[in-house]
Design a protein. Structure first.
Length: 203
């Protein structure tokens, strides 16, 4: 008995066009997966930096609240209160403008503590505002809420460069960000926090 050979029409295989289409689809899918992975990594990094910056902002709010306990009433009421200089951080600038807090960059009495406006990537105080490893910077704004200036709004602004691939100005922590918000937000990330502090009225 003769075996019938398959006809040319029943023979199937892959031609070059089909192979190229399959490779193209695989490449498109791979690029999509890589883009998603890159986005996830960047998102995780941004979330971590935001968490560190928020922690720094809350830490500075606590510093301001603690600092206000040194602000006790004076014998003769004056405006601004005579004993306000005891609260070094609050007394540094009460004009309602942003400033870089530098009152405790060195150990000072009566608390003999050290507190910097610059932080590294882990959220630790830096020794100076220009040393390598600096990542986060802090600005404060203190605004009187009453005419006798015994109640004030204290605001904290933490900012850090957006693009790690581009080295920021090494002196960026010693100055407030650009006045134009559009310019500032293209260069830096921001976190804001606020509280109210008052004179420590002793019984």
């Amino acid at each position: 008995m003769k075996r019938r050979l398959p006809s040319r029409h029943t023979q199937r295989g892959y031609n070059a066009i089909e192979v190229m289409m399959a490779i193209t689809l695989m490449l498109v899918g791979s690029i999509g997966v890589m883009a998603m992975q890159q986005g996830a990594v960047q998102g995780n990094m941004d979330a971590r930096e935001m968490d560190v910056a928020t922690s720094i902002a809350h830490q500075w709010l606590e510093r301001l609240e603690r600092d206000s306990t040194l602000w006790t009433p004076s014998i003769i009421p004056v405006v601004p209160p005579a004993n306000l200089p005891s609260a070094l951080l609050l007394n540094e600038n009460i004009t309602g403008t942003w400033y870089v807090p530098k009152a405790r960059l060195a150990n000072v009495a009566p608390q003999d503590d050290y507190e910097s406006a610059g932080f590294d990537i882990l959220g630790q105080d830096m020794g100076t505002l220009t040393q390598p490893g600096l990542r986060y910077c802090v600005n404060l704004r203190v605004t009187p809420l009453t005419t006798d200036q015994t109640l004030m709004r204290a605001e904290v602004r933490v900012f850090w460069p957006r693009n790690l691939a581009v080295a920021p100005d090494p002196n960026y922590c010693n100055q407030a960000p650009p006045a134009t918000l559009d310019t500032a937000t293209t260069q830096y990330h921001f976190v804001y926090a606020a509280t109210a502090v008052r004179q420590n009225v002793q019984p």
